[in-house]
Design a protein around this ligand. Structure first.
Ligand code: DX5
Ligand code: ZN
Length: 220
């Protein structure tokens, strides 16, 4: 059982020429997950990387891979991400229609299924699928780029999700992604986020996690 909040650094801001080295930095920071942002250039403007990269870096660490799919038609990609070594596969509510089918497919493979919502999607919108998911990823920026400014209003969704979880005895964990830096971290923790994703500030050394600056794998 994880002792929340836990850190999930995003590889999107890593040095792509030195992924193994940057995954070591993630391990040394005490993080609990490696957050892997997959972008297709359609659901979001940028293209990041796909399954070949994920399976290549699988051998670099035993940390769980928290794969965040920012792609259209995620249903077409689930099998290969499972084969690449994902531990969690999170897809966007806004990128698909047949949510239950996708969740079922992920879970049948013995891995965890997550649903993500962009800032303009309400918790109410996803209530029908909350009984089935293992993780809810609350985006606090519009997905697509690292280094954006956190939209504070999104943080109220965490409390809404906790209330629904408690009332119904659901099992999902709640993750927050986008714009977490040393200025916003305390508000994100106070809002009750359980998994905290951080990309640009983690890798630039602007994140003080449990009294430790997360850069170069050492205290600073
Ligand atoms: C944004 C991605 C995030 C991103 C976070 O579309 O889903 O995971 O890497 O980056 P920062 O922490 O820089 O906002
Ligand atoms: Zn992400």
């Amino acid at each position: 059982m994880l002792d929340f909040p836990v850190l999930a650094p995003s590889l999107l801001s890593a040095d792509f020429a030195n992924l193994a080295q940057d995954i070591k930095k993630i391990e040394d920071s005490g993080a609990s997950f490696v957050h892997i942002d997959v972008m297709d250039g359609i659901f979001v403007p940028q293209i990041s990387f796909g399954q070949p990269v994920v399976s290549s870096i699988r051998k670099c660490t035993k940390l769980p891979f928290d794969v965040h799919l920012m792609i259209e038609h995620p249903e077409n990609q689930i099998d290969t991400f499972i084969a690449s070594g994902a531990d969690y596969i999170t897809f966007h509510y806004e990128a698909s229609v047949h949510h239950h089918r996708i969740i079922q497919k992920i879970k049948e493979s013995g891995i965890k299924a997550g649903i993500s919502i962009v800032p303009s999607t309400s918790v109410e919108t996803i209530k029908e699928i909350l009984p089935y998911v293992d993780l809810v990823l609350v985006m606090t920026v519009n997905p697509g780029y690292g280094g954006q400014k956190l939209i504070p209003e999104c943080l109220k969704k965490i409390n809404q999700l906790k209330k629904i979880r408690q009332e119904n005895d659901f099992g999902y964990i709640i993750s927050v992604d986008g714009g977490v830096n040393n200025k916003t971290l305390s508000s994100v923790i106070e809002s009750g986020a359980e998994v905290i994703v951080s990309g640009s500030s983690f890798f630039s050394g602007d994140l003080d996690w449990n009294g430790k600056i997360c850069i170069n794998g050492s205290d600073k």
